[in-house]
Design a protein around this ligand. Structure first.
Ligand code: BG6
Length: 488
């Protein structure tokens, strides 16, 4: 499709930036907070880069006013953050920690006072450790009950102040990393358990949405999904079929549940043959169908390329599997031994010869962003909110106290330009949150891999003074917001 002129961004478009509790707050045991599964997991030797953890992170818990002031200075329209469940319910359920609730209410008040729309994520991966220990976390329906108590507390307290709510952040990523690649808690490699836990989370998502509709009828709620379009390596119909399989397996497996309340039948049948399909009770189907999100949050970093699974070439398979394991959560590959089975020749990951990569090996694909937005909007017909998109890079602080992150500006500009084309194509968009506002702790890559508009002066081993220094991209984004992206 071609455009002679592009549509403008909607006038109330939410230009924002995002973060997540464990990656910024620190204060891991302050004011009655209980431990989360990440507090424990990051202490296991070799799991994170140089043993980094979020005990202190960038100390946002104590510096949130300073951070919000910077947001206001930038003219940010929206700020997406997550709530740490165990700050509010130290045991995951039961007794409430008022100090935790107060912290988030203060943060929300501060944002509103400064003209920044809060976008609240209920779950960005830091499950209360008590629930993991008591119930096996997301493997038990007891955790749904606890999640409902947690949601109810937040809906009650903040429902009148916060319009946009995200249920789960990247369910595809945290379940795969946690139950398959052993690179997130609960540190398991078992696909049967993966799909059972994932199903329970689907039910929790549906329960949260239904409760929200009752308690916050004026608000908007939806999940944030880590979406990547899947390209066939060639026009060989077998590669095209492999891309269909991969799309079903990596994307529709979650999005169909969120939006249609049912699993895509092809993948479900494959998993059934492999003996790893989730247990779906009749009442589950009813619940899943009843819950309708108001929008879909899309986190976009890149997609993937696949080809027909050549069963006769297991060594190549192993290599690709390794490549897509712990460093790149976005492309899910059928497990080695299963993909060798003649009944399940689903797909095999391939290198895309057209795309450059970041320092961490993630493909850079702005056109794929337009493809992604169009695909999701066409298939599910819901407004989209980009809740993450950004570049992780090695930034350098100069002697003049400046950060010349032109590469980040370039990356964001290219992506925002493709988003503008998607809007002109007709995609209904609420807003765009770049990842991230400040530098923060990368779950597995420490502080070296920086994403922020604001530099935070600390390293893996030295907390230094953690002072905040706006980067060149900060001023670029400020101007873009001022003129509502019209120069893009
Ligand atoms: C997303 C997560 O998957 O990617 C963020 O929602 C995360 O929490 C971001 O930080 C970037 O990942 P990484 O591994 O580069 O820090």
């Amino acid at each position: 499709m071609f455009h002679e002129t592009l549509d403008s961004f909607p006038k109330d478009f939410l230009w924002g930036a995002a973060s997540a509790a464990y990656q910024i707050e620190g204060a891991f045991d302050a004011d009655g907070k209980g431990p989360s599964i990440w507090d424990e997991f990051t202490k296991i030797p070799e799991k994170t880069f140089e043993g980094t953890n979020g005990d202190v992170a960038i100390d946002h818990y104590h510096r949130y006013k300073e951070d919000v002031k910077l947001m206001a200075g930038m003219g940010l329209k929206a700020y997406r953050f997550s709530v740490s469940w165990s700050r509010i319910l130290p045991e995951g359920e039961g007794e409430v920690n008022e100090a935790g609730l107060q912290f988030y209410e203060d943060l929300v008040d501060e944002l509103i006072k400064n003209g920044v729309e809060p976008v609240l994520t209920l779950y960005h991966w830091d499950l209360p450790l008590a629930l993991q220990e008591k119930y096996n976390g997301w493997e038990s329906r007891e955790t749904i009950r606890a999640f409902k108590q947690y949601c109810e507390l937040l809906f009650e307290r903040l429902g009148k102040k916060v319009t946009y709510w995200v249920t789960f952040n990247e369910q595809n990523v945290f379940t795969s990393m946690g139950y398959r690649w052993e690179s997130h808690p609960p540190n398991v490699s078992d696909t049967k358990r993966l799909f059972e836990a994932n199903h329970i989370i689907n039910l929790a998502n549906a329960e949260a949405i239904n409760l929200f509709k009752e308690m916050v009828p004026e608000g908007k709620i939806g999940p944030s999904f880590g979406y990547g379009p899947v390209y066939p390596l060639t026009s060989d119909p077998s590669d095209v079929l492999a891309a269909e399989n991969a799309h079903d397996f990596n994307n529709a497996w979650w999005l169909d549940i969120y939006c249609k309340g049912k699993y895509p039948v092809t993948t479900f049948n494959q998993l059934k043959r492999m003996g790893i399909a989730p247990t779906v009770l009749p009442e589950d189907e009813e619940l899943l169908k009843s819950a309708k999100p108001d929008f879909l949050g899309i986190n976009y970093y890149h997609g993937g390329t696949v080809k027909q699974n050549k069963l006769e070439n297991p060594t190549e398979n192993e290599e690709t599997n390794k490549q897509f394991s712990s460093t790149d959560p976005y492309l899910m590959q059928p497990k080695d031994e299963q993909s060798q089975s003649p009944e399940v020749p689903m797909f095999q990951s391939a290198e895309n010869p057209y795309l450059e990569k970041t320092d961490w090996g993630w493909e850079i694909d702005p056109v794929g962003f337009r493809v992604a937005l169009r695909q999701v909007f066409a298939r599910y017909d819901l407004p989209l909110f980009v809740t993450e998109n950004g570049l992780g890079a090695l930034d350098e602080l100069t002697e003049e106290e400046e950060i010349h992150d032109d590469y980040r500006i370039q990356y964001l500009e290219n992506h925002i330009s493709e988003m503008k084309k998607a809007i002109s194509d007709g995609v209904d968009m609420i807003g765009y949150c770049a990842w991230s506002f400040t530098d923060l702790l990368s779950w597995l890559n420490g502080y070296k891999k920086r994403y922020g508009f604001v530099y935070v002066n600390r390293t893996e081993t030295d907390e230094k003074d953690m002072r905040r220094i706006p980067k060149k991209s900060f001023y670029w984004y400020k101007e873009l917001i001022e003129n509502n992206g019209q120069n893009i």
